[in-house]
Design a protein around this ligand. Structure first.
Ligand SMILES: Cc1cc2nc3c(=O)[nH]c(=O)nc-3n(C[C@H](O)[C@H](O)[C@H](O)COP(=O)(O)OP(=O)(O)OC[C@H]3O[C@@H](n4cnc5c(N)ncnc54)[C@H](O)[C@@H]3O)c2cc1C
Length: 299
């Protein structure tokens, strides 16, 4: 870099932050700094950023709003990319809605509702972006967003490509991607639906979350995946772990699959608490829980 800062080595029109604390970008409010945190303005900006990162030999990862992300306390080497400015939503061929990765879930449901379309109201109350929802195959009430997805637009190895419905490989809370893939947008297959009925679905979902999931502290929603045919919260309860804490990380008294930051928690606290839960649940029920939250970064 010869005295020139890395930030000035590229023409970047978006925001490029250095040593950005990830606790500002995760709903659990923990996590050390990312070397770089980039918010590209548009696709050209994103492509310029990626070729610079590649040239510098720096790794990258894309995030949404960090509602399912646990970043280790040592932070993230390389660059975290936020697509929050990629948030257009549009109608395609009457029955399809296309949304960019940075659009948030509820506005996409509302956009469809205003055009007499429904079918994905179950994502209304899931916090985060379309990019995060697709990567996680986010869902509720037995439904996942990828089974309503007609087409995905990815940026893979510098090339924009479309993946159609039959080629999208996914499972419960999982989309198969290649390392370095960035989800740019998706097209959802919807059905004609009265706006009033969609409104009822949205309200029911938001109300249920307000009453049943109101844990009162920062969380990432369900910390563990539900094992096939079982509910993780029941297994955690059966192991007597409701209310257990390590440092500031606590098994919520309201919902025992929500691990919350009750104040001053570090990621180390969450990881230690998660380990205790996994060991105890395995000892009592013989089931190995698997984290739903994505754990990234350095110790
Ligand atoms: C109160 C609460 C309730 C919740 N309820 C639910 C629920 O009912 N159902 C459910 O499924 N989840 C739930 N969650 C979890 C979370 O909201 C979802 O997983 C959500 O989809 C995460 O979106 P995000 O934009 O914050 O993604 P992030 O947490 O930022 O990212 C999640 C993963 O996706 C990757 N990613 C994000 N965007 C892209 C992209 N454009 N390209 C490539 N990779 C990308 C990230 O690297 C990371 O691995 C809940 C969370 C909270 C806090």
């Amino acid at each position: 870099m010869n005295g020139q800062s890395r930030e000035t080595a590229i023409a970047f029109r978006g925001e490029l932050l250095r040593n950005e604390p990830m606790e500002r970008h995760t709903s659990l409010k923990t996590g050390g700094p990312a070397d770089f945190f980039a918010i590209p303005e548009d696709s050209d900006d994103l492509c310029g950023l990626l070729s610079w990162l590649q040239g510098e030999g720096l790794p990258w990862m894309t995030i949404g709003r960090g509602y399912n992300l646990l970043v280790r306390d040592g932070g993230i080497r390389g660059c975290v990319i936020s697509l929050e400015r990629f948030n257009r939503i549009g109608l395609v061929d009457e029955l399809f809605v296309e949304a960019e990765a940075g659009a948030e879930n509820l506005p996409v449901v509302r956009f469809a509702q205003q055009r007499g379309l429904g079918g994905i109201s179950f994502i209304s109350g899931i916090p985060g972006t379309i990019g995060g929802a697709l990567t996680m195959n986010a869902g509720a009430y037995g439904q996942g967003i990828l089974s309503h997805t007609e087409q995905l637009t990815l940026l893979r190895n510098g090339t924009v490509m479309s993946v159609c419905r039959d080629e999208i490989k996914y499972a419960y809370r999982r989309l198969e991607l290649e390392a370095g893939d960035i989800v740019l947008a998706a097209r959802f297959r919807l059905s004609e639906c009265d706006a009033g009925i969609v409104e009822e679905d949205i309200r029911r979902d938001l109300e249920l979350r307000r009453t049943k999931h109101n844990v009162g502290f920062p969380s990432a929603g369900s910390f563990f995946k539900n094992p096939p045919g079982q509910a993780a919260w029941r297994l955690i309860d059966a192991a007597g772990l409701r209310g257990t804490a390590v440092g500031g990380a606590l098994v919520s008294e309201v919902h025992s699959n929500f691990l919350v930051n009750a104040g001053g928690a570090t990621t180390r606290d969450f990881l230690a608490l998660a380990e205790t839960i996994k060991n105890q649940v395995c000892a009592i029920s013989g089931v190995t829980l698997e984290e739903e939250v994505r754990i990234v970064g350095e110790i």
